[in-house]
Design a protein around this ligand. Sequence first.
Ligand SMILES: [Zn+2]
Ligand SMILES: [Zn+2]
Length: 143
Amino acid sequence: MDYSCDECYNMRQPHTTTCPSCGKETYVGQVIGLTAVWECTNCGEGVAGASFHPACWNDMTASIIISRPTDSRKMVDLARILNMNTIDLLYAFKNSGDPIEVSSKLRECIRRYRCISAIGIPCELGSDAKGFERALDCPYTEG
Ligand SMILES: [Zn+2]
Ligand SMILES: [Zn+2]
């Protein structure tokens, strides 16, 4: 596969709509690199250059949902991943219940999600982060 981000991959698939020039359903759009390119296969009408910003570039806030670790060693590891101190994290589980939802920038969410999953703590991406699991590997996330 030559892509690594679901969202970007979808944007890079050719999609067809009505040509503004000849009116036929032959106007094909596709994102190539960082450029949206449109060309009509019927009349040759075309445009290129609309800059494409993949969703994985956005500064959007997303969340992950984390279950309370069963042992204190993992609680310490979790606190480190979340840049919190362990006391604050314990309070979060006490006050907000189990699991807790933690918000951050999208890419930070994905990074944390991977780290937390890797140490065996049950964790899932919030609905706003779903579909971006591969954003960290995406060649476009350097924006
Ligand atoms: Zn992407
Ligand atoms: Zn046309």
